[in-house]
Design a protein around this ligand. Sequence first.
Ligand code: SAH
Ligand code: MG
Length: 210
Amino acid sequence: MTGPEMEVLDIDIETVKGFMDVAEGEALYKAALAESTHGPVLEVGTYCGKSAIYLGTACRANDQVLFAVDHHRGSEENQPGWEHHDPETWDAEAGAMDTLPFLRRNLRRANLEDTVIPVVGKSHLVAKNWTTPLAMVFIDGGHSREMAMGDYKGWTPHVAENGLLAIHDVFPNPDDGGRPPYEIYCLALESGLFAEEGAVKSLRLLRRIK
Ligand code: SAH
Ligand code: MG
């Protein structure tokens, strides 16, 4: 834990596997603290729970919940042989990754078992069956064009009026990272439905204005 604000977390966030920078995590926490006064929050792409701990701790303060959607089989870049593979996440019997046990353990350690509701499944299948309006949606799932577009089309309609859409790994400069999260960020702005409200490193916060 670095920033003084993050003393609100019941867990040393450095002990949680994952891909959430502390400054971005703090921004997620602050955003969720404000937004979850209006309703539940949902994230796509939970992995071992790092971002969910920031978001969930904020939801807990408002007696709200965070839905944490992930199939727990990892994104392309998490697979064996790829840059972000962690062999500890490999389930030999399944012949696939399984990050769900890590998530459960981390939610217990962070005192978030009554706040964060893991939804285990493919994002597009969950989105297709979703009906509850969401005060805030955080997109941090698969980074292929197909996955990012699926998350954009599937989840933006569920952001409540005046709600917040957060997108991770938005890199305007192609040298810094993959394009699809940046492309869906551009689509959201071009749609006229969202306006940018904040940015911290690769995190973008967009307000639903229509
Ligand atoms: N937010 C996490 C990092 C997420 S990594 C953190 O703070 O550390 C991206 C995650 O998205 C992976 O766990 C992967 O399993 C999940 N994912 C990728 N594509 C998905 C899909 N189509 N449906 C559900 N989950 C998906
Ligand atoms: Mg990310």
